[in-house]
Write a protein that binds this ligand. Structure first.
Ligand code: ADP
Length: 483
């Protein structure tokens, strides 16, 4: 039963729980009321039976002077006044002698007789009163047995009865009223409960409808209106709507970024592939030796770019999947020196008129991944070499003691290249963001280098910063905590 209720829609569950509780309360109060009334009524009947028995006893005692009673005397005493209460239908008296034989009865009994319970007659003759119930004609009668004494001598037994019909009628009416009342109350509670919970849950339904619509249409611009209660405050449902709206916004952002990334990725992959395909077609058709050599060189460069692009993409995909960098104790000067030498070699092989110098190498150790950190520093150096046509590149590692903050290592790569305009700085670390698309491509960039640097710095609980002035140069800094 309970399992069945739990499978119902929540509005029915709440309605049933409340109606169930109401039913229990109604049952408890109904039963208490009914049984209290029943006991009270019976006590009242027994009380009046006792009072009447006493009256009859006094009347019969007055009817005789001897210590016995004849049937004649009894009949006269009981039936002389047909207007007294013993003439009422439903109120009966019957007098028995010591042997249990009927001596006389009240006018109201007519031809009928009150049933005689021999056991109770014996109890009465022994001086104790008792009560029983019996059927007289078509009605139930409550009968009170009491010894009949005349001049302190037991001469017989008095049976005083009262029809239980008014009592059962009243109880029947009360029962009917209680049952009907309970049914009506339960129906009202079911209907009202359903209506109230439906109203209360309407905002929740709105939330789920909106969620369903967004899932179907991918329109992340939809929002759920927030409601305020009478006191002008946001209620729980409104808080839910706010959280939900926040989630939609975030989902929308992620979805758009993802779509953009997919579009950018396929575009980035398509360009080198088109160039490679074009060159191969030309070579197939046959080219003069110098042009063929050029086509082969260009194809080789594009293939190299593709391979770099794919490994950068792989790196970012791993980062998105929550790849953790390893956390070993690393010697930072060693890592910086290694990246620096690689950059020097790079500049030499490219015959670049740039002068690299390692300005400062503070001793510092950090927890992290040597290989990834080297990759991040080298990406900065690679950019510096690539985008500085001629000039200087300064590399340094310094440790900053930041007051009450933990000490941090700052790895700075400073160049005297073209610099970057201020409006580009906030976007520089976004995937595929380039200040000058054509230039970046021409120089072999993938547009992912700085995004990777940012990820690696953050994976080391650090950050990456850039300062740049067009025409003067740029300084990129990787800042990570030291141990
Ligand atoms: P890319 O592969 O195009 O270099 P990055 O993510 O490494 O991609 O850099 C993003 C953009 O930032 C570059 O396209 C370039 O325009 C700019 N940039 C990066 N480093 C420098 C630098 N040292 N000097 C000038 N511009 C730079």
């Amino acid at each position: 039963m309970l399992k069945g209720v739990r499978r119902l829609p929540i509005r029915w569950q709440i309605t049933f729980w409340f109606s169930g509780l109401l039913a229990i309360v109604l049952l408890f109060f109904g039963l208490t009321l009914y049984f209290t009334l029943q006991t009270d009524q019976l006590a009242r009947i027994d009380e009046s039976l006792k009072r009447r028995a006493n009256e009859v006893r006094l009347r019969l005692e007055g009817a005789t002077t001897a210590a016995n009673l004849s049937a004649q005397q009894v009949s006269e005493a009981l039936q002389t006044n047909p207007l007294d209460e013993f003439a009422d239908p439903g109120v009966y008296v019957q007098v028995l002698d010591e042997q249990g034989k009927v001596l006389g009865d009240s006018y109201s009994l007519g031809q009928a007789r009150l049933p005689i319970d021999p056991a109770l007659v014996v109890v009465a003759l022994n001086g104790q009163t008792s009560t029983g119930e019996a059927q007289v004609s078509s009605e139930k009668v409550r009968i009170f047995y009491q010894a009949l004494t005349v001049k302190n001598q037991v001469v017989g037994v008095l049976e005083v009865g009262e029809s239980l019909k008014p009592y059962t009628d009243t109880l029947g009416q009360v029962r009917l009223f209680l049952i009907l009342g309970a049914i009506v109350a339960l129906l009202i509670s079911l209907a009202g409960g359903y209506w109230v919970t439906r109203r209360a849950l309407r905002p929740v339904v709105r939330v789920s409808d909106t969620a369903r619509r967004i899932a179907a249409t991918r329109d992340f611009k939809e929002r759920i209106p927030r409601t305020v209660n009478i006191r002008g405050k946001h209620d729980e449902i409104s808080e839910l709507a706010a959280t939900f709206n926040q989630m939609i916004e975030e989902l929308g952002r992620v979805f758009t970024a993802h779509r953009q990334f997919m579009a950018d990725t396929s575009h980035e992959l398509r360009t080198p592939l088109t160039i490679i395909q074009g060159n191969l077609d030309l070579l197939k058709r046959g080219l003069p030796p110098t042009e063929a050599a050029e086509a082969i060189e260009e194809t080789r460069e594009e293939a190299a770019r593709l391979s770099r692009l794919v490994s950068d993409l792989l790196m970012l995909a791993q980062a998105d999947a929550g790849m953790m960098v390893e956390h070993h104790e690393i010697d930072l000067p060693q890592v910086v020196r290694r990246s620096y030498h690689r950059a020097v070699q790079l500049a030499e092989t490219q015959n670049k008129p740039v002068k690299l110098s390692l300005d400062k190498l503070d001793p510092a150790r950090a927890l992290g991944d040597e290989y990834r950190l080297d990759q991040a520093i080298f990406n900065l150096l690679d950019n510096a070499v690539r985008y500085t046509p001629q000039g200087e590149i300064h590399v340094s590692l310094s440790v900053e003691q930041g007051g009450n903050q933990p000490a941090r290592a700052v790895i700075a790569v400073k160049d005297t290249g073209p610099g970057i305009a201020a409006e580009h700085l906030p976007h520089l670390f976004e995937r595929f963001y380039r200040v000058d698309k054509a230039r970046s491509r021409a120089l072999g960039g993938t547009g992912l280098g700085l995004a990777i640097v940012k990820y690696i710095a953050e994976a080391h609980e650090g950050e990456v910063k850039v300062e740049s002035q067009p025409g003067v140069g740029s300084t990129f800094k990787i800042i990570i905590p030291v141990i």
